[in-house]
Design a binder for this molecule. Structure first.
Ligand code: C2E
Ligand code: CA
Ligand code: CA
Ligand code: CA
Length: 279
């Protein structure tokens, strides 16, 4: 039994090492990928509540690893956040997204803004404002056509530090949205203090409506609270017409999800915005 136990521990150690090694390797790969075409950005359109008009698009980073193929951002963003590579990576996404949005807005009558995800580390970075100004200048995109998505957790953990940055961004004309709304705690209290324009209801709540009474009430509460603070509400992960109709009934403002459009290339966005200017 003793021997068995030692083997089990040995096995356990190997497991941890293997995982640590994999993470290390992935991080090295990511470092090499920075600035190469292994990393690129896709855009997922955001629609009005009837699902007819494109009102925006979210930039989502992609990594095509030479051996492993597409690696999910759910895997490599946390790694980049831990190692600090996120600052370089996030800066590149910001630049690319601004260039793309400037391009799809060039011949469009009604401008369609782009939303870029900011990781907690980026939001705490003293050079963030510099990186944002750089991306706007480089692309020529008006700041009014840039929105930054932040998560509630970072704000709650570090409110005083983050508040100044958010005000500065807002003063530049940039919009702020709170991503994954409903997944954190104490959000209602903090939301009131924050200079934000939009909340995005997390996909996990949209998943089971209509049907799950708990989630139905929760979404209803988020929408009415957000509206009383004069914030726009976007629902994420809308996959069915039933979900769309339910969200419309509750007065949700915008929709994002596979029902309306999957993430696609910047060229696809040019097509979507051009269709609009013709009608
Ligand atoms: P997120 O910000 O909540 O982005 C929405 C995610 O939901 C995206 O996954 C999108 O492809 C997916 N999605 C959209 N509609 C649907 C739907 O109808 N059904 C389902 N099942 N999924 C849908 P993705 O692209 O894999 O990104 C995952 C997460 O990685 C993002 O979640 C975000 O937190 C992070 N991420 C992606 N790009 C960036 C980036 O450039 N910077 C940072 N900091 N994080 C990023
Ligand atoms: Ca997001
Ligand atoms: Ca989300
Ligand atoms: Ca997320």
């Amino acid at each position: 039994a003793k021997r068995h136990g030692r083997n089990a521990i040995q096995y356990f150690d190997d497991g941890i090492n293997r995982e640590a090694q994999q993470r290390l390797q992935l991080n090295e790969g990511l470092r090499r990928a920075l600035g190469s075409d292994e990393l690129f950005v896709e855009y997922q359109p955001r629609y009005d509540i009837s699902g007819l008009k494109v009102l925006g698009a979210e930039a989502l980073v992609r990594w095509r690893h030479p051996e492993q193929g597409l690696v999910s951002p759910m895997t490599f963003i946390p790694l980049a956040e831990e190692s600090g590579l996120i600052l370089e990576l996030g800066g590149q996404v910001l630049r690319q997204a601004c260039v793309a949005a400037q391009q799809w807005n060039r011949d469009s009558l009604t401008p369609v803004p782009v939303s870029v995800n900011l990781s907690p580390r980026q939001l705490r970075d003293p050079d963030l404002i510099g990186a944002v100004c750089d991306a706007l200048q480089h692309s020529g995109l008006p700041p009014e056509l840039l929105e930054l998505e932040i998560t509630e957790t970072v704000v709650i953990e570090d409110i005083n530090r983050v508040l100044g940055t958010l005000h500065e961004l807002r003063d530049m004309g940039i919009s702020i949205s709170v991503d994954d709304f409903g997944t954190g705690y104490s959000s209602l209290i903090y939301l009131k203090k924050l200079p934000v324009d939009t909340v995005k209801i997390d996909r996990s709540f949209v998943n089971d409506v209509p049907g799950s009474t708990d989630d139905e009430y929760l979404i209803e509460a988020i929408i009415s609270m957000a509206h009383s603070l004069r914030l726009r509400v976007v629902a994420e992960g809308v996959e069915t017409e039933e979900q769309r109709a339910f969200l419309q009934r509750l007065g949700c403002d915008e929709l994002q999800g596979y029902l309306l459009g999957r993430p696609g290339s910047a060229e696809t966005m040019i097509g979507l915005t051009r269709d609009r200017s013709r009608d």
